[in-house]
Design a protein around this ligand. Sequence first.
Ligand SMILES: [Fe+2]
Length: 284
Amino acid sequence: MTEAAEQQLTETVVESFAGTADPRLRELVTALTRHLHAFAREVRLTEAEWSAGIAFLTATGHLTDDRRQEFVLLSDVLGLSMQTVMINHAAHGEATEATVLGPFFVEDAPVVESGGDLAAGAPGEPCWVEGVLRAADGSPVAGARIDVWEADDDGRYDTQYADGRTAARGAVISAADGGFRFWALTPTPYPIPSDGPVGQLLAATGRSPMRAPHLHFRVVEPGYDPLVTHLFVADEDLTYDSVFGIRASLVHDFVRHGGPTPDGRAVDGSWTRVDVELVLAPAG
Ligand SMILES: [Fe+2]
């Protein structure tokens, strides 16, 4: 009888949305109701747990503002962000696979000339990035803006400093042959912000806040699907990523060198080089 009453409540709530004019909204709220109710019934949710959940979401909202998006972080560590990426960017032939945007992208970062240094003084090992941007049919994509950003060797993005710096971030424009090249930093592991409710969740569940080392790329070019992706570093620990962004096709060799650099820049100590091909899928 209890089970039947519980099931009936779910159906009653679902029916309450039957008059929703927008069919997509009706589909969303109906499925949300079914899954939320199924969750509560599966775990036999206690009232104390319900209250704790409300308090958790409330704290997540209170911490969220223009600079800190704790809800996105929550979505990230639950794998919802990556699941949404995978649903919306199905593999298209040999097009470069997508992964999470993350919270540190900045619109209108400065354009750096070909071969320039995006690191702009950020601490870390220099990394020469050389690549080509092309379409799935093999033709080069010229004149496209390629946004690049990453954490520095201290594990922080420029936006996490209070001094307003722009560093380890910028954009390059692909040449006539689709080629691009620039200096950046060899990516190193860094923790996602863990001083809030999401950090408490990770701690309570024995999970690390660390992200697998990566370099972010974004290319938004007319006629092509927008590409948001990372390069992951092959010889780093790729067994765990706190936001589940790793895809095997995105793992690249960052080859360590000493001595002369590709453009003759004088580098004190070691530097790395990664070669990359970014392949855009046709729009739609
Ligand atoms: Fe990142």
